[in-house]
Ligand binder design. Sequence first.
Ligand SMILES: Cc1cc2nc3c(=O)[nH]c(=O)nc-3n(C[C@H](O)[C@H](O)[C@H](O)COP(=O)(O)OP(=O)(O)OC[C@H]3O[C@@H](n4cnc5c(N)ncnc54)[C@H](O)[C@@H]3O)c2cc1C
Length: 180
Amino acid sequence: MSKVTVIGSGFSGLASASFLAQQGLDVTVFEKNAEVGGRARVFREDGFVFDMGPSWYWMPDVFEKYFNQFGKSAKDFYDLKKLDPGFQIIYGENDVLTIPASMKALMDEFERIEKGSSKQLEKFLKEAEFKYNVGMKELVYKPAYSWFEFANLEVLSGVLKVMFLVQLVLMCESTLRMNA
Ligand SMILES: Cc1cc2nc3c(=O)[nH]c(=O)nc-3n(C[C@H](O)[C@H](O)[C@H](O)COP(=O)(O)OP(=O)(O)OC[C@H]3O[C@@H](n4cnc5c(N)ncnc54)[C@H](O)[C@@H]3O)c2cc1C
């Protein structure tokens, strides 16, 4: 049986190791820290718990897809509980921004801070959804053996639109900076 060494036990190392083991390879993972998890470790001190990296469970579909490839689901390993509020940003004493879980409550909070901003938030999220879908569906899961994988009209127009939106954001940002 071929032997493979994976250095690092963050998400990437653990995912690589499990796919290699699934292919029947004899895999050893080396980790320099005392625990696995890489950036996704927690640090505990005096009853406080600190995330060493991720605090947000982003891209749940990616985790689910990963576990599904081993005939499992994320819920076989951990329970997800939606927090409400999701989080708080503490700018100073008595200056706290609380981010609620529901979209309606978040939009109300935006409106409270600035009239009309909830519409902008909605627009931003629609664009972000489009970019995410194009990125995930057309780019991320392609093996990237050849440029031809990306050479179909739907992919190209999606990528161009994403690039256009990125450019637009950069242009707006530099205009704002110039005007500041
Ligand atoms: C401050 C911060 C906040 C973040 N917030 C979020 C978030 O909210 N949501 C989210 O989804 N993502 C977040 N991320 C990103 C996420 O943490 C990373 O994308 C992910 O954890 C990276 O995993 P990885 O396996 O690629 O690398 P790492 O987790 O860095 O793993 C690399 C591993 O390799 C080990 N290693 C390195 N060199 C050696 C060696 N020579 N020998 C042995 N072991 C070695 C390291 O000790 C480590 O365990 C955040 C990152 C940071 C830094």
